[in-house]
Design a binder for this molecule. Structure first.
Ligand code: BGC
Length: 440
């Protein structure tokens, strides 16, 4: 039986949940996802985001609940398509809305983390070519600067673009997210534009506000390993995927270049060191085979043909993702080489049995703490997510929430994990007793 000890987190550690506009607000009618959902055939069980969690109207209630649940931080995203419904036209009523959202967070003792782009694009931006448009970085930087000018006094942490490499892979390589493309050349161009966009957004925010916010990217990282460690082909494939998915932004931002394969290592003014912290999203390990990489690279993978490899007998979430806590530790350690503080901006699991969620949280926090114990500067843990929400192509068929939504009324019903997490957040610590009770 495992030996557990009490562990505590550094003073001032931030605890809370992460969300995104399209997944929780409801009625984000002016973006590419809304349009895509309505085409039909893309979302599991024909789901649509619709009213989502009605967070647009219930934010105050949600933040009161977060406070009751012991949180002292919270991550939202601003819906670009609300703020700039047409190119160059700012909707000041929506700016006021987000000001009220931020005021409510502060009132409820929640340090705001604000993402400017979380997968969704305004329709006008899509119609101008979306991320393939060479002007995309400037267009989004103008919006970032505008937001920082309008709301800079209320936002200590700005996150530029959520999981840029998911936009690259799901949107342009695997055809799972709009615009549903499967083309390596386009994917790499989008990767280049996203890195440039981050750099320009970083500079635009810094120039627009005197409130000295911290600005960083949100990087999704998985522990990428060969499916068959004895196969040279799989090992090389895993290396290739790791370079593209895990390394690309890290190299780009630490050296100030567009690294291969999206670029040729050319320097970009203002990119080097354009991060005050790294936002890390971690969920799982990824096993890569040469065969799968070949199918993806030449665009012959059938739509929805992407199959995640998992070891026989592995513990899986409803998403089919392997529960692999040690990968979290490995990636945090790897990030520590860049000498910028790390904020966990997402980690969570979709399960029916809440005991599995509790166990997932405890095991992952243990790995965070292990890295901290070895000197890594980790400052926050934001769980994905507060409530169940619209899980993109999976629609309403996933359960990531610490809090369930009552069908029909959308009333918030905290699950047992919400209270375990509350006790941890309030104590800034986990006791050996808690570990024993839930991990056995
Ligand atoms: C995304 C979230 C998503 C979560 C679970 C992350 O990749 O940022 O929007 O809901 O994973 O799939």
């Amino acid at each position: 039986m495992a030996e557990y000890t009490d562990i505590s987190f550094p003073p001032g550690f931030l605890w809370g949940c992460a969300t995104s506009s399209h997944q929780v607000e409801g009625n984000c009618t002016n973006n590419d996802w809304w349009a895509w959902e309505r085409e039909g055939g893309h979302i599991r069980e024909g789901g649509v985001s619709g009213l989502a969690c009605d967070h647009y109207n219930r934010f105050d209630e949600d933040f009161a609940l977060s406070q009751e649940l012991g949180h002292n931080a919270h991550r939202i995203s601003i819906e670009w398509s609300r703020i700039e419904p047409q190119e160059g036209r700012w909707d000041m009523a929506e700016v006021d809305h987000y000001r009220r959202v931020l005021e409510s967070m502060h009132r409820h003792g929640l340090t705001p983390f604000v993402t400017l782009h979380h997968f969704t694009n305004p329709l006008w931006f899509r119609d101008r070519g979306g991320w393939l448009n060479p002007q995309a970085p400037d267009l989004i930087a103008r919006y970032a600067g505008f937001m920082a000018r309008e709301l800079g006094d209320a936002v200590p942490f700005w996150l530029t673009i959520n999981e840029p490499m998911v936009t690259v892979t799901a949107g342009y390589l695997l055809g799972m997210f709009p615009p549903c493309v499967r083309d390596m050349a386009q994917a790499l161009l989008v990767g280049k534009h996203l890195l440039l966009a981050h750099g320009r957004m970083y500079q635009a925010i810094k120039e627009a506000t005197s409130h000295r916010p911290l600005v960083g990217p949100v990087l999704n990282m998985s522990d990428i390993q060969p499916q068959d460690p004895d196969s040279e082909g799989d090992r090389q494939a895993a290396q290739t995927v790791d370079t593209l998915l895990n390394e690309y932004f890290l190299v780009g931002l630490s050296l100030g270049v567009i690294p291969p394969p999206a670029g040729g290592g050319e320097e970009v003014a203002g990119l080097k060191g354009a991060w005050d912290f790294i936002g890390l999203n971690y969920y799982s390990r990824e096993l890569i085979s040469q065969q799968m990489l070949e199918l993806i690279s030449d665009g012959t993978l059938a739509p929805a043909g992407f199959v995640r490899h998992t070891p026989p007998g592995a513990e899986l979430s409803l998403m089919g993702w392997e529960v692999y806590p040690v990968g979290f530790y490995k990636l945090i350690k790897r990030l520590s080489a860049y000498r910028v503080p790390i904020y966990v901006t997402e980690n969570g699991t979709s399960v029916v049995d809440d005991r599995q969620r509790i166990s997932y949280i405890l095991r992952h926090l243990r790995q965070v703490h292990r890295a901290i114990g070895e000197g890594v500067d980790v400052r926050a843990y934001l769980h994905w997510s507060l409530t169940d929400n619209f899980e993109w192509a999976e629609g309403w068929q996933q359960w990531f929430g610490l809090v369930a939504l009552e069908p029909g009324t959308l009333n918030r019903k905290p699950r047992p994990a919400a209270y375990v997490f509350r006790d941890i957040a309030r104590a800034n610590a986990i006791t050996a007793e808690q570990f024993r009770a839930y991990l056995g």
